[in-house]
Design a protein. Structure first.
Length: 412
């Protein structure tokens, strides 16, 4: 669940606007947000810059090109998700063509990340499972752990906590065996999220605290555990404490330049300040969130921002603005959850399917050309064999006739 995402209820009666968030509103920093999504996108990512990767793409071939395409997915995911999706699709197509199993598994995993970010959870799960099957066949423990972690995320969003816990614990165990501290931190953070979901806040607090401390020890402070600690205090209606943790997370994201991570934290800060009736601070963070949302085209966060903005207007007694913002919220929510969202996903899939068919056609054309060349070569070979046989026969005949003439000459 993305940061600041809440299950709120609101009603408008007569001229009075009643805006309330349910007490169980959960403002999770992206369950697999910024750092963690990047961490679990593909096991072959290297963190190279987009420019370097795009330059390399023109020179590399085969499995190296597949790897570069998967890395380009990672480097574009936060800034240009549509472009990132194109790279993942191209990686899968090429990996399938050249039988690059590892590249194929990474591409399936990346496609799962793309579909998950658009809310197409069943499609994302399908891609993750395809990725897992390949990694298990290769006995690639890092890939297995990565994919089980992502599968756990989907089950958790679907509130199938038993399956989420099983996959997450298996992932965590594998990362501990691999002694991969970066991913251990991510797994601990996600276990904390899961325990928070099932209201076991003490366990959740323990995992979040340990995850953040370990990230600090490595010199790479990770904002998600701080955001999630803020969420716990938010659920307990300790809004001042929640703001304190969200603010610490915000400073880390701003320093790192991670815009998606910053969006998550400013949404949380906007909602928490709204609940604390700190209207000026809430207004500042919600306006920042709205600007970032539009810049990043992260439209799934728009309803949450508008909902909080409407409540903040209400807290200031600005009923007209509150009412108009509430109407915008209703419109945006329908876009995300209604028929338009389904149509957009369907259209995207049609475009992808068309591109795949186009690539398949090109592959078939190449195969047909190769077969035609092979047939031509076969015919040429047969002709050469026939000519060789004719030459041999002619040579034999000439030898036989010459010998016969000599015999006749000697007899006479």
């Amino acid at each position: 669940m993305s940061a600041g995402k809440c299950d709120e209820q609101c009603s408008i009666s007569g001229n009075i606007l009643i805006l309330t968030f349910v007490n169980t509103c959960i403002m999770k920093s992206a369950r697999f947000s910024s750092f963690f999504v990047a961490l679990f996108i593909t096991v072959c990512a290297t963190g190279q810059t987009t420019d370097v990767l795009e330059t390399a793409l023109d020179t590399v071939q085969g499995d190296k090109k597949v790897k570069t395409l998967n890395e380009l997915f990672r480097s574009n995911l936060q800034g240009d998700p549509v472009k990132a999706l194109g790279y993942a699709r191209e990686a899968l197509s090429l990996a399938t063509e050249i039988n690059d199993d590892k590249g194929m598994a990474a591409a399936y995993n990346n496609l799962g990340v793309s579909y998950r970010s658009q809310g197409a959870l069943d499609k994302a799960l399908e891609y993750y499972i395809n990725s897992l099957k390949i990694y298990e066949r290769l006995d690639n423990k890092e890939g297995i752990a990565t994919t089980k972690n992502n599968i756990a995320n989907i089950y958790s969003i679907k509130k199938d906590y038993a399956l989420a816990m099983r996959n997450l614990e298996e992932s965590y165990t594998l990362f501990k065996q691999l002694k991969d501290e970066d991913k251990i931190i991510g797994s601990m953070n996600n276990l904390g999220n899961l325990y928070s979901d099932i209201q076991l806040f003490e366990k959740a607090h323990k995992y979040f605290s340990e995850a953040y401390q370990l990230s600090e020890q490595q010199g790479m402070p990770f904002s998600d555990p701080l955001n999630n600690l803020g969420n716990i205090y938010f659920k307990q209606n300790d809004f001042d404490k929640a703001v304190e943790y969200y603010q610490r997370a915000y400073e880390i994201e701003e320093k790192s330049g991670n815009k998606l991570g910053t969006l998550n934290t400013v949404i949380n800060l906007g909602i928490a300040n709204t609940k604390a009736k700190q209207t000026k601070q809430a207004d500042f963070y919600l306006k920042r969130a709205l600007s970032l949302c539009e810049e990043l085209q992260a439209f799934s966060s728009m309803p949450t921002i508008l909902k909080a903005t409407a409540e903040n207007y209400y807290n200031q007694g600005k009923m007209k603005e509150a009412y108009e913002t509430q109407l915008r919220y209703d419109e945006e929510r329908e876009k995300i959850h209604g028929d338009e969202s389904s149509r957009n996903i369907a259209q995207m899939e049609m475009v992808i399917e068309f591109e795949e068919k186009e690539r398949e056609y090109e592959v078939l054309k190449r195969e047909a050309a190769i077969k035609a060349l092979e047939l031509k070569n076969s015919r040429l070979f047969i002709i050469l064999v026939i000519l060789a046989v004719i030459v041999l026969i002619a040579g034999f005949n000439m030898f036989y006739l010459d010998r016969r003439r000599k015999l006749v000459s000697s007899g006479s």
